[in-house]
Design a protein around this ligand. Structure first.
Ligand SMILES: [Zn+2]
Length: 291
């Protein structure tokens, strides 16, 4: 079976089998410092180009998202690209790079059937993937990946921060997953991302056989609350990392005006230590669901 490969915009790889029913887009490098993609995408392209991975049908498109951040070695030029998918920016004539780029990416998402957005984290963590509790998404997510699957990102973070690829795609009734592969300094991060990408291709019949053994135990986690701040000067009481379990009445953080005690047992996710901004997220509350 033949497919053609071309680059239609910079840093975009298109593998087209011409037996198109649907299109899978994989986004990578939306945040410059998240480098787990390097081995994932390079390996994926190499396998496809060397015919070790034979695409049977459909169209696979790989898109490098923030091209300019790479030139300056920064997470972003000026704006977090993954917080710009909202009308305010999409209908904006600004010449600033990320605002121009988000328009292009939003156009791409409109053409998407299945979107897979690859990220990795800087802090202590385990891999996790976002899937919404719509259509068959959780089922598909658990077929392609078996670490932690986090649901209701779009619902909980809706009016605060969810102007990302995932929420934008879901608002357009698309199937979309975002994966946080692990800490990028950890060599297994790219393995998690690569295996999940391969499984995704298998799930949607782009490829036939590919045996990936993964013994991990799947966990389903529901997001149910978000904590934002109204002050600048607060501190976490101790080092709190992704998926740390917090017990009722534990002191989490304090400022000159406020002390925050846990009112219930919960799991903390994405504690924001470094770039604290008024009204932005500090962390999210999660609980495990029975599968
Ligand atoms: Zn990211």
């Amino acid at each position: 079976m033949k497919y053609i490969k071309y680059k239609n915009y910079s840093n975009t790889y298109v593998f087209d089998t011409k037996k198109k029913w649907k299109t899978i887009w994989i986004f990578w490098w939306i945040h410059w410092n998240e480098i787990a993609w390097v081995n994932i995408i390079k390996k994926l392209i190499k396998k496809i180009e060397s015919w070790k991975l034979k695409l049977l049908s459909w169209k696979l498109i790989l898109v490098l998202c923030n091209e300019w951040a790479i030139l300056v070695w920064q997470r972003e030029i000026k704006y977090n690209l993954n917080r710009l998918f909202k009308e305010k920016y999409l209908n904006n004539d600004s010449k600033e790079y990320e605002i121009k780029r988000v328009k292009k990416l939003s156009e791409i998402i409109k053409e998407v059937d299945i979107l897979f957005d690859i990220h990795s984290v800087s802090s202590k963590s385990v891999p996790f993937m976002f899937a919404e509790n719509v259509w068959n998404e959780i089922k598909i997510a658990s077929n392609i990946y078996n670490w932690k699957i986090v649901i209701w990102w779009g619902k909980i973070a809706w009016d605060i921060i969810s102007w990302d690829t995932d929420s934008y795609a879901h608002n357009l009734w698309k199937t979309a997953f975002t994966i946080e592969c692990w800490n990028h300094n950890y060599s297994k991060a790219s393995e998690v991302g690569f295996n999940s990408s391969i499984n995704l291709l298998k799930e949607f019949w782009l490829i036939k056989k590919w045996n990936i053994k993964n013994k991990n135990k799947l966990e389903l986690i529901e997001m149910y609350k978000i904590k934002t701040t109204k002050t600048w000067n607060f501190k976490f009481v101790k080092w709190i990392y992704n998926f740390k379990e917090i017990k009722t009445w534990e002191l989490i953080w304090y400022s000159s005006k406020e002390k925050l005690y846990a009112k219930e047992d919960f799991i903390i996710l994405l504690p924001n230590y470094w770039k604290l901004k008024k009204w932005l997220e500090i962390f999210y509350f999660w609980r495990k669901l029975k599968i």
